[in-house]
Design a protein around this ligand. Sequence first.
Ligand SMILES: Nc1ncnc2c1ncn2[C@@H]1O[C@H](COP(=O)(O)OP(=O)(O)OP(=O)(O)O)[C@@H](O)[C@H]1O
Length: 568
Amino acid sequence: LNLYVTQTVEVQSPETQKTLAEMQTKNAALQEQLAVQRQLLRELETQLHESQRTCAQLRTQILVYEGEMERAQGQLEAEMQNLEEEKNRVIEEAFIRAESEMKAVHENLAGVRMNLLTLQPALRTLTCDYNCLKRQVQDFPFMLDKAIAEAKQEICQVISEVSSANQELLRKYKREMNLRKKCHNELVRLKGNIRVFCRVRPVSQEEQDSAEAKNMLSFDSEDDAVLYLSNKGKIMTFELDKVFPPQATQEEVFQEVQALVTSCIDGFNVCIFAYGQTGSGKTYTMEGVAEDPGINQRALRLLFSEVTEKAPDWDYKITVSMVEIYNETLRNLLGDNPSEKLDIKMNPDGSGQLYVPGLTEFTVQSPEDINRVFDLGHMNRATACTNLNEHSSRSHALLIITVAGFNSATGHRTQGKLNLVDLAGSERIAKSGAEGSRLREAQCINKSLSALGDVINALRSKHSHVPFRNSRLTYLLQDSLSGDSKTLMMVQVSPLASNMSESVCSLKFAQRVRTIELGSSSSYRRHENSSTSSSPTHDSVEVTQFTHTHTHTHTLIIPVEKAQMHRF
Ligand SMILES: Nc1ncnc2c1ncn2[C@@H]1O[C@H](COP(=O)(O)OP(=O)(O)OP(=O)(O)O)[C@@H](O)[C@H]1O
């Protein structure tokens, strides 16, 4: 390629010129190729130099490595030598140790062999025991079945013995219960079906200094059933079941009443009436005051404590209703609408019992519940009238407590009702000089108190017809006045001189009721010093009329004046 010849040639012919041009083009192309080749050659030469330098470096490196390898070889050999020595030493030590261990194992083996020789008899015994146990285990299900069968038989026998003992106890319990009821009834019968108490209220602070306060009533220190009354210069003696003097406390009064209250737990129906003229203390005896409650509150508290004592054998539910009878209209004092009039109807369940549709009943479980119920009743009573004091004097207020019991052991059920009645004032119409609406009120009161007397009369006389329907009061209390019910009349008496004629009427009524019940020939006797001729007339016809009555009803009656209770 370096042999290019540059020659200037004279060219004449076009062909030659063409050839020349082509040659020149070729020459240029070759020149270009030559330049490229030269460049390539330079690069190759550079690469060659580079490779040679790298080769020299690598050789140097190899020499370094070879040196290092020789050194490592030396170290390796030394290390191997060391390891060889170490190996020999360790092998030697292991051998020595193995030898001593082997020796110990030999010794142990000898011991174990020795033990084995001694354990063999024990093993034989254990094997024997095991076989024995195995046989027992095989026999166990049969023995167990047998034992279970025997135990079952014994248990069945014991159960049947216990059950028959229980039956016997139950029979005895029922017999005792019946006996108790019979004794109770007998006691009540002996004491009288109608019990009549009298309570004289104290002279108030305001009355203290007036002429009214002079001592018209006196008591017998030896006989708490006698009351002396001085009227128009004569002294009359009244004999009742019990007379409470003015100083008698609410607690003392309640103590005499509590047996009657608790009998409703045994399923008896009980009525307690407070009877007397306005201001004689009826409401005080029945309701009392906040700091010294009367029969209503004490009765509920006693019922709570009694039923609590009987738990868990007996389960009791105590419900309370409050109604008012005003002008022969029945009102629900615990309902949402106290002005709504209630009706008394025959229960559609065919039991022949009466019921009051729409009457509210509250279940009470604590003294707090009682307070809430009483508050509601009072509030409703107050909202339905303009003057509560006057209104309460002219209406009957009834607290009806139902006690339903269930004995889960015997399946026995009981239901008793306790009716606590604060009657309207018993004063005579003539004295009050009433007209218009007052006259109507007085007539209604007169009618219902007379009806109460008529009902008691008919029941005592065993009349075929008892006029329960003659008043709302007797109709409502029908269930609790008839049958083996018990009734108590609490006759309230005012100590004031101006009230003496009303007091006489009340006490005469009480006396007559008591005479009927006891069948005695004379219900009140004159004081020895009194004039026989001028004392109030004792109606011997009425007394005779009630002498032969017999009933299981127990009643405590507060006296009703003669004019109102003329049939007595
Ligand atoms: N045993 C008593 N101890 C103290 N105060 C009594 C007693 N009895 C009645 N009182 C008082 O005498 C007043 C009249 O009593 P209470 O209101 O109970 O008579 P009432 O017969 O219910 O009259 P009403 O027919 O008007 O309702 C009351 O202030 C009452 O607190």
